[in-house]
Design a protein around this ligand. Structure first.
Ligand SMILES: [Fe+2]
Ligand SMILES: [Fe+2]
Length: 168
């Protein structure tokens, strides 16, 4: 990604999620490895940035969609070492919703709640019930594949610029 071409996108993205980027629970995601050496925080910013651009271009409710997308993996544990009664793939979307509510990170509309809970579709039987939900499930898999293949490097300058603008 060309950082100069992304300037306006970065600015408007930070305008929608700036309060979330400053939130200590969102920043805590930097401590947890998600795919390989990539943190859950990097993954969540990467996914939500791609979803944001797509939802603006589609004329969808970009603000609601990008905010839920940034929070979709707010499960706050290292899934490699912390085990639960259910497998991580099934458990973590529910943990994310619980944490968002418990720590009052953001209010969630029914649409945003559904986006987060259904983001593992089609592993989950119930598909998302909104455009934003489908965008999130698509971007989540696209970014995860790129992360696993070590191709997410191109997003690093954009990520750093988002942190510089959004966290201050
Ligand atoms: Fe996830
Ligand atoms: Fe994810």
């Amino acid at each position: 990604m060309n950082i100069l071409k992304e300037k306006n996108w970065i600015e408007s993205y930070c305008g929608e999620v700036g309060d979330l980027l400053k939130n200590s629970k969102v920043q805590e995601m930097k401590n947890y490895p998600h795919h390989g050496k990539i943190s859950t925080h990097f993954h969540s910013v990467y996914v939500s940035y791609i979803v944001y651009k797509a939802s603006v271009k589609m004329g969808a409710d970009a603000r609601s969609i990008v905010r839920a997308s940034l929070l979709h993996d707010l499960y706050l544990y290292d899934w490699h070492t912390t085990k639960h009664e259910e497998k991580h793939a099934w458990y973590h979307p529910k943990a994310a919703v619980k944490n968002i509510e418990k720590y009052k990170v953001s209010d969630l509309t029914p649409m945003q709640r559904d986006m987060i809970l259904s983001h593992m579709w089609p592993l989950h039987k119930t598909p998302p019930n909104s455009v934003g939900g489908f965008l999130l499930t698509w971007a989540d898999k696209y970014c995860a594949d790129r992360e696993l293949l070590y191709h997410a490097k191109g997003f690093i300058p954009v990520y750093n610029e988002i942190l510089r603008r959004g966290e201050n």
